[in-house]
Design a protein around this ligand. Structure first.
Ligand SMILES: Cc1cc2nc3c(=O)[nH]c(=O)nc-3n(C[C@H](O)[C@H](O)[C@H](O)COP(=O)(O)OP(=O)(O)OC[C@H]3O[C@@H](n4cnc5c(N)ncnc54)[C@H](O)[C@@H]3O)c2cc1C
Length: 498
């Protein structure tokens, strides 16, 4: 008799969702997590009284999360205390000028109209267009498997209106922004969520244009930090007998005759189950945990051909002053050409950007409990490659953090460097060590069209029987609600086939 019905490797949001839902189906489920807490990139830790998020800093498009909690017999809002974030974001341009965008679409149009009346009108069109797109994809794309062409056909039959949006699948994000908006500042301020897909404007698929609209359907922060989502999923799963063990690293997936049979842990223990759900990077899973010898040659070639997604260094600081920022999220923006130039000209050569672009997240703006009374927390997410040319992430970690804070203090966030009480720099190497994410790839695999839907590693493995994938490496890709969708898809597939 196997020890469990299902073993889940990794307690990121995708893995813990799949585990909880499968426990809810009455199965005996064990989740094995190598870190000392759940949530993976969507987690929170404490240092000297300050609570820092590990990666993800906000939530939007929460419908799949709501679905997961309903499948567990409860609601998201009953389990997690959600704080709405309005204004949705503040933009700081390179020249130091600022804009603050509220949640209301109409109020944002007025602000844009003050810069460019033509673009103010275009924003309303943009919002209408992507509202329609989102409505269509949320009913099909995000909650259906995309394992093969039959699944794709089913998806289209379920959401035939998707065909009306086919131009988005051949355009890039930059084309979409330039088609709608003419003013350079407006373009920059609306493009920014492209940063979330880890690709430059010229490579990010046009469909990600929805990200610039979806924030206006609501942005939320879970009180107590992003870990509250995974903790709530764990708690709901435990009501059905889910077992979660932290500090347990899976070394190997045991495979016999192309069938998964269990896992071997770092301490040599073996645990058996006929169904394994992997929540770890698909390249690591197939090439290291399973081993090439168990894969058909086509699968070997396929897995090796995937590119890891981009990484992003994150500087977490505890402050003894209130930073002069007007929203939970502040975008440090730059023109789209500069983003493309950096990506194609410098990043691949291992260089850091000369000017700073990225995000300053201000959790204590929404939830003061994230820091001691009167103190604040900022998470600063910047751009930078895993492989550095002249620097070394480990050797230069502290100096990098200090330099970035000084640069931010000079113009964008005055006073910042003088008020730091605690600093923790999560370099790409740190992500790799802390979460075993290869090269700190925060979305698993690249999110371009060649690695989307049916082209992304399948949620039900085509090479190994009894093996399923949940998380950023499989459809629909990285992002908290998206990986929760992948957890729902994996649990539904196990229900159908096992
Ligand atoms: C800096 C940053 C900012 C982000 N911002 C946002 C945001 O604002 N909003 C948003 O929606 N998304 C954001 N994301 C993306 C989002 O956090 C991720 O896409 C998502 O959380 C990934 O979930 P996952 O299920 O793929 O698992 P992961 O979070 O990748 O977790 C995988 C888990 O597996 C564990 N593991 C790995 N190997 C093993 C092993 N061998 N044995 C046992 N356990 C193992 C790891 O420790 C980890 O806990 C951000 C990510 C980063 C890094």
């Amino acid at each position: 008799m196997p020890d469990y019905d299902v073993i889940v490797i990794g307690a990121g949001c995708g893995g813990i969702t799949a585990g909880a839902l499968l426990a809810g189906q009455g199965r005996k489920v064990l989740v094995l997590e190598q870190a000392d807490r759940v949530g993976g990139c969507c987690s929170t830790y404490e240092r000297e009284g300050y609570r820092f998020d590990v990666g993800a800093t906000i939530l939007e498009l929460i419908a799949p999360i709501e679905t997961a909690f309903q499948m567990l017999g409860t609601t998201f809002r009953d389990e997690v205390d959600l704080e709405p974030c309005d204004p949705v974001y503040n933009v700081i341009f390179e020249d130091g000028s600022r804009l603050t965008y509220p949640s209301s679409i109409e109020a944002k149009a007025e602000i844009i109209s003050r810069i460019s009346p033509e673009d103010g009108k275009s924003w309303m069109e943009y919002a209408r267009y992507f509202h329609g797109f989102l409505d269509t994809v949320m009913s099909g794309f995000y909650v259906s498997p995309a394992n093969n062409m039959t699944d794709m056909t089913r998806m289209l039959l379920k959401a035939p209106r998707l065909l009306a949006y086919s131009p988005l699948f051949v355009q890039n994000f930059e084309d979409v922004i330039r088609k709608f908006f003419k003013n350079e500042k407006v373009q920059q301020s609306i493009y920014y969520p492209g940063f979330f897909c880890g690709l430059p404007p010229a490579l990010a698929p046009g469909m990600f244009g929805f990200l610039s609209y979806s924030e206006h359907e609501g942005v939320w922060y879970p009180r107590g930090g992003m870990i509250k989502i995974a903790e709530a999923l764990q708690r709901c799963g435990e009501r059905f007998g889910l077992e979660v063990r932290t500090g347990q690293r899976v070394e190997k997936v045991m495979v016999r005759g192309r069938r998964a049979e269990g896992v071997a842990l770092a301490d040599g223990t073996e645990v058996t189950a006929p169904v394994i759900i992997s929540n770890i990077n698909a390249k690591t899973l197939y090439l290291e945990k399973i081993g090439e010898e168990h894969l058909p040659w086509l699968a070997r070639v396929g897995v090796k051909s995937y590119r890891l997604s981009a990484t992003a260094p994150m500087i977490n600081v505890g402050l003894d002053y209130r930073p002069p920022l007007d929203a939970h999220h502040t975008v440090l923006t730059t023109p789209m050409e500069k983003l493309n130039d950096y990506w194609f000209g410098k990043m691949e050569k291992g260089l850091l950007p000369e000017s700073q672009f990225g995000l300053a997240c201000f959790p204590t703006f929404s939830d003061p409990s994230m820091a001691p009374k009167g103190h604040h927390v900022l998470n600063i997410i910047l751009a930078g490659p895993y492989h550095l040319d002249q620097m070394d992430w480990d050797r230069d970690r502290q100096a990098y953090g200090e330099r970035q804070l000084e640069m931010l203090s000079e113009s964008l966030i005055p006073g910042l460097a003088d008020h730091v009480q605690v600093m923790d720099v999560a370099t790409p190497r740190e992500y790799e060590r802390r979460l075993l994410m290869p090269e700190g790839a925060f979305l698993g695999l690249d999110m371009d069209l060649t690695a989307s839907t049916v082209f992304r590693p399948a949620a039900r493995s085509r090479s190994i029987k009894g093996l399923y994938l949940a998380g950023g490496s499989t459809h629909p890709g990285g992002g908290v609600p998206t990986v929760i969708s992948s957890g729902i898809i994996a649990a539904n597939l196990v229900d159908r086939y096992e």
